[in-house]
Structure formats: structure tokens, C-alpha cells
Write a protein that binds this ligand. Sequence first.
Ligand code: ATP
Ligand code: MG
Length: 425
Amino acid sequence: MKTLQAVRGMNDILPADSALWQYLERTVADLLRGYGYQQVRLPIVEPTELFKRSIGEVTDIVEKEMYTFADRNGDSLTLRPEGTAGCVRAMLEHGLLGGGMSQKVWYTGPMFRHERPQKGRYRQFNQIGVEAFNLSGPDIDAELIILSWRLWKQLGLSEAVTLELNSLGTAGDRARYRDDLVSYLRERFDRLDEDSQRRLESNPLRVLDSKNPDTQALLADAPKLADYLDEQARAHFEGLRALLDAAGVPYVINPRLVRGLDYYGLTVFEWVTDRLGAQGTVCAGGRYDGLVEQLGGKPAPAVGFAMGMERLLLLIDTLGQVPEELARQVDVYLVTLGDAAATAGFRLAEQLRDSLPGLRLVVHCGGGSFKSQFKKADKSGALYALILGENEAAESKVGLKPLRAESEQENLGWHDVPARLAELI
Ligand code: ATP
Ligand code: MG
């Protein structure tokens, strides 16, 4: 019979890789706890309407990337392409933003977009997202950037990432800018790429994002959004820059940075790297003060970002920053010979787990000769083997043999093993 394969662009995370995933998750979770952010765990499936109303009808995601289907009741559901919309929905549904209450939350999990799979771009991928609600000043924008900067330092990535920063201004600024940009581009309509021609009417700011070289050349002389920022937008941006300067976070201003989702305003930022080829953005976010209201809530300012876990893991690996301790998953491998020793072995193992809770101890299962068991012990990566034959079992003794060094086997009473292992490992 033909074997089945995973859906294209959707990856299995296999045993050899899961320790690195856990390391990244753990590092982020610890860091965010240290800044007072709490985790939310949200559904993977949401009503399609949620994404249409939040991300915007004329975005790549909603136009062509969503996994949308009718469920058995005929309701249109979508596998979430991103986490912000669901997070805002949950905040509103549970009244967590009432009375101007602020919230600092994060989430992690798979997102789904029907894109062309390639290195760093998949159809199921994982994000860690961080959002803060009901805080309107540049201080919280700065905090989000500063904590991501700390994360890069902890992960050993800070040399390889650059912060790109821009301000999209207020809704009024963007409306005035949009008019002028559209007139400028309309006069040069024929020289625009096809996507940009389409977007000119529906979502003109996205034209700035075009990867087409001719369109990019045209944009060189186009009106600049920076010239349209009003007093409020300017003050917000300057406030953010002052806080980043004070914290020593380096950045570059990228006036072309607009972000692919409709709901951003004021601050937008991306952390980019040149080490991963075309898929260089590892983390992206910004302020989205209009979204809560757009989803039916009372107006509430909000800011957040999401990082792509696959790209971060690729970067950790590319830069040789995988922590050494992840290479070894087993400390001790227990081999036994004979039925009585096998039974005693389980008793010894459970005693050791009682006294050394962090110990990574594999009890050999499946029988076989000492020789074949030692082969498995060696392959497991364990530093030590514990050896239990019939005689040792009868006398509550056990052999302790280093597997990675030339030193001699020691023979110990069971009671002495925990202290000795604690010394050695
Ligand atoms: P890109 O410009 O690379 O398509 P995006 O602007 O669509 O990214 P966001 O929606 O802002 O990305 O998502 C935040 C982060 O999630 C990205 O910076 C990236 O690291 C990651 N990401 C987005 N799409 C994918 C994907 N298809 N596969 C893997 N990671 C992704
Ligand atoms: Mg994209």
C-alpha cells in the first residue's frame, strides 16, 4: 500500500529537533514572565469573518492565503493565519479590556497560510506573539522592542539582526498621504507592476511594499509618509526613539516599511537578518490602535509583535548558537542482565528518580546481551552506564561505568549512587 505524506508546506518536528524548540519556547516564556506578560491559549480555528474584518479584505492573506472551509453546519471557518485577531476577539469576548484595563499577554502556536513553501516559508508555521492593550504611549512600544532585543541577546542572535523602524502616522495622516500617493502613482499607472496596479485603488500603501524593481524605482520620487506626520505622530515616534536610544537598542529608520496587514498605525517595526536569504524577517509588529474598535469593542489602543519560530531556529542553527547541553538528552543508561536484575533495575531506577528529580535516566527495555545493551547505551549519548547483573542485584550493588572517558568502573551500594551521580553530572 502507498504510504501517506504530510501536507505540502507542513512539517513534522522530529525527536532530534524538539529539544531546540523547547529551548526557544522556554527562553521566551521565562523572559516574558520577567516582564509581567501572561500567556493566553486560543483556538486555532476562528470564524472567517474575524480575519476579513481585522486583517483586511485586500491583503495577500485574506485574498489568497487563508485555509477556509465550511464546517458541518455550513459556517465558514478559517485556520488562523495569525494570532492578533483571535487575541483581540478573546479580550473583547471576556471583557478583559473594560474600564480601560490594561493587558499584557502572549501566545504561541501554529499559523496557516497557503504560500509557496520554501526555506523559512511554510504553510503551517509557528509564531510567538506578544500584545499589550490599553496602553497608548511610546513607552510600551519601547518595552516590546527592548524585550525582543534582550531575547536576541539571550539566544546569541543580536549580532545578526537589525531593527527597522517606521511610523505610519495617525489615520488622518495616512488618509492625506494616501490621496497624494494615489495621484502620483496614477500618473505613472502603466509603469506599475500588476499587483501594484490592483492595489492602487484598494490598498495603495501596500504599493510601497512591492518587491518589483521598476515599481521601487518609481517610488524613489513619490511623496514620503514621513512628511505627512502630524504633531501627535511625530511626538510618539520621537518618544519611542528616545527610549530606544536610552536603552542602547540600535535601529535604522526604514521609510518604506509598511507591513502587510491593514490594521497598523504609528509605530511599525521589523527585526531582519541577512543570514537566511529571502525570508529575512524574524519578528514584526507595531501599533494597531484601531483594531479593537473595528472588531466591535470600545476603542482601545494596542501594540504587539509576532516572531516566526522556524526562522529563529534556522538562525540559531546557522549562527552555531545551539546550546551544547541540548546535544545530550540522556545522563545515565541502566543495563541489566537476567530477569531478577531487570526487576531490581526498575526498583533502583525509581529510587534514583526519587532522589535526583532532574536525572535523565533510561532503563534499557527489550532485553538482549550486555554487549547489545551497551551499544544502545553508547548510542543514547549517556555519560554513564549503570550495570546490574544477577549478583549485583542480589547484593543491592551496582556498577557505574563512564561511557565517555577512560576511567574505571566503580562498584557502589545502591544507597551511594545518588550522591555519586550528583557529584559527577
Ligand atoms: P513575510 O514578509 O516574510 O511574508 P509577513 O509580513 O507576512 O512576513 P507577519 O504576518 O508579520 O509576516 O508574521 C510575523 C512573522 O511570522 C514574520 O516576520 C515571519 O518571521 C513569520 N512568518 C510569516 N509568514 C511565515 C511563513 N509562511 N512561514 C514561516 N514563517 C512565517
Ligand atoms: Mg507574508
